[in-house]
Design a protein around this ligand. Structure first.
Ligand SMILES: Nc1ncnc2c1ncn2[C@@H]1O[C@H](COP(=O)(O)OP(=O)(O)OP(=O)(O)O)[C@@H](O)[C@H]1O
Ligand SMILES: [Mg+2]
Length: 403
């Protein structure tokens, strides 16, 4: 799949942008603070309806809209994928005053017809690679949960639906736990929320397990290629993270049977989650929070049987992340039969020469690649000849013609 044309209005520092994209790798070149990352963010937003950076859509609107009575931002892309020669996806973010409390509303249109986020799942798939992803292994568990969630939600609408419901229900159950601890509600009110939370939680856990099982094979292939088959990468899903517990913050598999290589359907996980809520009820009420479930689960990567986050060198961690990112690309391709877009923000500059050569060699695998950089000389001549260059300056983008 690829984007033919991208239009932005009031998105970040792009007051107005019309950009036609090619199929050759595209290099966005510019000094700091010109709009390189913002352009990738816009494409990512069209694919996922989320920003990789901010949770507040307000921040995405151009500052010049600050005093507008009805500020809005619009992103639109003409997309070709295997199912359709050309479709137009449009997302408008706007202030909604209709309820009395001002809030931001997202309107999605496909070929001018209103759609829900769920309806456009799979239309545009992207793999985004950011400099901070290089610390995925050493970063926090939430970074690794986000890695699983952003990949899965782009492909599986049932997963997206379960995650959206889970994220809505969780704060409500937590609020109820707090009210129970303050004696303003009774324990019997929990049953309804427990049932719902466990139902969606089980879909998320089962989905992640299957995803990791499929990802592991693909990540191993790249990892072998990068390490000359000296290292074997394995992925481990560890349920219910507890930050203040001993043993590396992990509870030792409180939900029995959650082995990545044993397929567990949601129906098998749901009763175990319910049992878990019950077992930890007293502590949950004391702390006013749900202690187990996919929002606290962990993903660990092992190299030759040892936890890479705990024992791996920086180089091993980077190799692992590279293997995971390309596994994500391969997984999306295999699941949909269509190559996703690859968006690389500054990562080329951060890699050593061996990993850089590997990365540049694989760019042609993606249907469309956008790479940002402040320096062009990090690329070899061969790559620069194949690539299309753009200059990014103060929210404007223009093609640099070959001299
Ligand atoms: N809502 C907004 N409205 C207008 N400008 C914004 C908004 N949000 C961020 N900016 C500004 O847009 C500019 C471009 O940011 P961006 O992150 O895209 O830069 P960049 O080209 O990737 O730079 P770097 O090389 O430093 O990563 C920055 O000056 C930033 O402060
Ligand atoms: Mg940037």
């Amino acid at each position: 799949m690829h984007i033919e044309h991208l239009s932005l209005t009031n998105f970040r520092n792009y007051a107005r942008l019309e950009l036609s994209l090619g199929k050759e790798p595209m290099v966005l070149h510019g000094a700091n603070a010109q709009g390189k990352t913002s352009l990738l963010e816009a494409i990512y937003y069209l694919a996922t309806s989320r920003s990789p950076y901010t949770t507040s859509d307000r921040q995405l609107l151009h500052w010049r809209t600050e005093n507008d009575p009805l500020p809005f931002a619009r992103l639109s892309a003409e997309i070709c994928n295997k199912h359709s020669p050309l479709q137009r996806l449009e997302v408008t973010l706007m202030l909604d005053n209709s309820t009395g409390t001002p809030r931001f509303k997202k309107n999605i249109k496909l070929n001018s017809v209103d759609k829900r986020v769920m309806d456009v799942v799979g239309l545009l798939n992207v793999v985004l690679f950011l400099p901070q992803d290089l610390s995925l292994i050493e970063g926090s568990p939430s970074d690794r949960r986000r890695f699983m969630d952003t990949t899965l939600t782009q492909i599986e609408s049932t997963y997206l639906e379960a995650l959206e419901n889970y994220e809505k229900i969780l704060p409500q159950r937590n609020a109820l736990l707090k009210r129970i601890s303050e004696k303003r509600a009774s324990k019997s009110e929990l049953a309804y929320w427990d049932e719902q939370l466990a139902q969606f939680g089980a879909v998320i856990i089962a989905g992640r397990q299957q995803f990791l099982r499929e990802l592991e094979l693909r990540a191993q292939r790249t990892h072998y290629a990068l390490t000359g088959s000296r290292e074997t990468l394995t992925l481990h899903y560890q349920p219910s993270f507890i930050p203040n517990a001993n043993n590396n913050g992990q509870r030792s598999f409180p939900l029995t049977g959650l082995d990545l290589h044993r397929e567990l359907p949601p129906e098998a996980i749901q009763p175990q989650l319910l049992q878990q809520y019950n077992d930890e009820l007293r502590e949950s009420i004391d702390r006013g929070m749900t202690l187990s479930g996919p929002h606290r689960d962990e993903l660990r990567m092992h190299i030759n049987g040892r936890d890479c986050g705990l024992y791996g060198s920086r180089g091993q961690a980077r190799t692992t992340v590279l293997a995971l990112k390309f596994a994500e690309l391969d997984w999306m391709r295999d699941r949909t039969g269509d190559m996703p877009l690859l968006l690389l923000d500054e990562v080329v500059a951060e890699l050593d020469s061996q990993r850089r050569a590997f990365l540049l060699g694989r760019l042609d695998d993606a249907a469309q690649t956008l790479v940002t950089t402040t320096e062009l000389d990090i690329f070899n001549d061969d790559f620069l000849q194949r690539a299309k260059l753009f200059r990014v300056q103060e929210g404007q983008i223009e093609a640099i013609l070959p001299s």
